[in-house]
Every structure is written in C-alpha cells, then in structure tokens.
Design a protein around this ligand. Structure first.
Ligand SMILES: *[C@@H]1O[C@H](CO)[C@@H](O)[C@H](O)[C@H]1NC(C)=O
Ligand SMILES: *[C@@H]1O[C@H](CO)[C@@H](O)[C@H](O)[C@H]1NC(C)=O
Ligand SMILES: *[C@@H]1O[C@H](CO)[C@@H](O)[C@H](O)[C@H]1NC(C)=O
Ligand SMILES: *[C@@H]1O[C@H](CO)[C@@H](O)[C@H](O)[C@H]1NC(C)=O
Ligand SMILES: [Zn+2]
Length: 297
C-alpha cells in the first residue's frame, strides 16, 4: 500500500470516528422502508419516481435508498444531514433550537434536509417547462433516505453522546455502540432469529401488519397538519421520545444487551420502518399530485 493511500484510509477512519451519527439505518433498513413505500405510491407518483431514478436502479426505488450513506464522504457537506441532535436528557425536539450542524449553520440537519429536498421536487413542477436548477434524481434519493433516517430513534438523540455513538455496549457477545445497535444489529438479529435470514420475509411481515394490525393508524401516519406536504418535525419529536423511552433505557455504557432488550425493542423498530415507508409514500404522492394538477391547468 502506498503512503498516500495509507494516509487517505487513515483520514477516512478519523472522519468516521469524529463525524457523529452519520450512518443511517443499515442498508437493510433503508431498503425495507422504500420497499414498503413502493406499495403505497399512486400511479402518477410511481411514474414520476421511475422517471427520476437512475438507470442502474432498473425502476426500483428501494435500490437507491442506501445511496446517501454511500456518498457521505464524497459529498462531505451532506454528512450533517443524516441526523439531528437534541440537548442532553431533554427528550424533546425543536427545529429552531436543534436543526444546525456542529458549526451552528442553521437548517443543516435531517429535518432541514427533508424540507429542502421536498421543496426541490415540488417546486420543479411549478416551473415544469424550464430546466430545474436542482438535480432531481439526487433530491429523490436524498429525500427517500432521510425520511428513513429521521424515523430511527437515535438519529434524534442527545448531543453529548452523539446519538448513542459514544455509548459502548455489548450486543450479546459483540462489542459495539448503542447507535449501531439501532441502525443495524436489531434488524440483523431479527432476520436471523425470526425471518430465515431473508429480508423479503421480514418486509412481508411488516406489510401484513400495516394491512391488518395498523390499518386504523395508517391514515394518521400519512396525515400532516395544515395540509403540509411533509412534516419531519413530527417524526423527529416521536423519535427522540422513543429514544428516551426505549433506546437509552437500560442501555448504560458498558451494559450487555440481549434477549430482554432485543425482544422488547424489535416491535419498536418494525413499527418505525412501517411508519417511515407509509410516510415516504404519502409525501411522494403529495409532491407528484401537485405536479399532475399543474400539468392539467
Ligand atoms: C439542499 O440541497 C442542496 C442540493 O443538494 C445542497 O447543496 C444543500 O446543502 C441542501 N441543504 C440542506 C439544508 O439540506
Ligand atoms: C444527477 O445526479 C446523479 C447521481 O449523482 C448523477 O448520476 C447525474 O449525472 C446527475 N445529473 C446531472 C444532470 O448532473
Ligand atoms: C405486528 O404488530 C404487533 C402488534 O402491534 C406486534 O406485536 C408485532 O411485533 C408486529 N410485527 C411486525 C413484523 O411488525
Ligand atoms: C386543505 O386542503 C384542502 C384542499 O386543497 C382545503 O379545502 C382545506 O381548506 C385545507 N385545509 C387547511 C387547514 O388548510
Ligand atoms: Zn443516513
């Protein structure tokens, strides 16, 4: 290995250690959320999505939902957009107070990014004849990813522990941190224990719950007050509340998390994946319904 290559890898490692909470749900989580969303897209919305997807996606939104994590080093400016940190032990979230990056730049957080990319997609249709000044393919991929991230409870965690990143715990025998447990480990263990290591089976189980168990809740998940196109502040408030009630509870530094924690938290994770998928679809449907109306006019 050449010296400069070693230097670059070293630099990447240091960034990985310094930049808080940049990983979202793991690949599986983001894929699952967008697979769930696809089911609830209207015909207009699905057509618009397919038109924006890169060719490599072959018409499948779920394939590009982990993309924002893959480009987080290359697009270094985007790393603060995956999360929002709240004051320690407050258990609530406020846009004005909390939505900024570590340098204090306003709007640079996951909820700010969701407003940003929703606006880019929605406004491009008010101006349908002119070329958009935004890359709408990227806007769609970022929006689909960040609606997922904001539903991960520890993506709206405390500033002091970087959303659980500095809380070292054991997941069964394995040493890891609390943030990673919620991004990846709970889902991985669920796949192995309950779903024959097959993500498609897990997704089906969640979809079945949306159709039966949660059918009465689904309209309220989809709804935003004041007819807003998207309402990430609500999703973030729910997340920090779940972080306090379930993620941080009984997970102090040095603790070993196993069956008790896993089995009581898995239903929370599965419900958040469901809500994220349903809400992403509802948001895209609202964005692209506006488009249809304007096109008719
Ligand atoms: C909004 O999107 C543009 C284009 O990707 C990006 O340069 C900018 O940093 C984003 N801002 C926020 C707050 O998401
Ligand atoms: C838009 O973004 C995608 C993904 O990064 C890229 O492949 C494509 O070339 C971009 N389009 C333009 C017109 O820059
Ligand atoms: C389905 O819903 C029930 C009741 O809320 C819950 O206990 C169960 O864990 C859920 N299963 C999945 C796969 O979401
Ligand atoms: C929501 O939108 C509908 C249809 O555009 C409109 O009739 C209604 O007044 C709006 N409600 C609010 C609270 O803005
Ligand atoms: Zn992310």
């Amino acid at each position: 290995m050449g010296g400069s290559e070693g230097f670059l890898i070293g630099k990447a490692l240091i960034l990985l250690l310094l930049v808080p909470g940049i990983l979202g749900w793991g690949k599986e989580g983001h894929y699952a959320i967008c697979k769930i969303a696809e089911k609830y897209l209207t015909e207009d919305s699905l057509a618009a999505v397919k038109q924006l997807l890169p060719e490599s996606a072959e018409g499948d939104l779920a394939v590009v939902c982990p993309w924002a994590d893959e480009v987080r080093f290359h697009y270094h400016w985007s790393s603060a957009l995956h999360y929002v940190d709240t004051p320690d032990f407050k258990c609530n979230y406020k846009y004005c107070r909390d939505c900024h990056d570590t340098y204090g730049h306003k709007d640079r957080c996951v909820t700010g990014a969701i407003y940003n990319y929703t606006m880019q997609l929605a406004s491009s249709y008010e101006d349908i004849k002119s070329e958009s000044k935004y890359n709408l393919t990227e806007a769609l991929m970022f929006l689909s990813h960040f609606v997922g991230d904001v539903h991960q409870p520890l993506h709206v965690g405390f500033t002091g522990d970087l959303g659980g990143n500095t809380i070292v715990v054991r997941w069964y025998r394995r040493k890891t941190n609390l943030h990673h447990v919620w991004d990846t480990m709970i889902i991985d263990s669920a796949l192995k224990t309950f779903y024959d290591s097959d993500l498609a089976i897990m997704i089906q189980a969640i979809q079945k719950n949306i159709t039966y168990g949660w059918s009465n809740d689904k309209p309220s998940w989809e709804h935003c007050v004041r007819n807003d196109t998207v309402c990430p502040d609500l999703y973030a408030s729910e997340s920090v509340s779940l972080a306090c009630k379930f993620a941080y509870r009984n997970a102090t530094p040095g603790s070993t998390l196993q069956d008790d924690y896993f089995l009581s938290r898995l239903p929370i994770v599965e419900k958040r994946l469901a809500q994220a998928g349903v809400r992403l679809a509802a948001t895209l449907n609202r964005i692209f319904a506006t488009q249809a109306k304007i096109a008719e006019a």
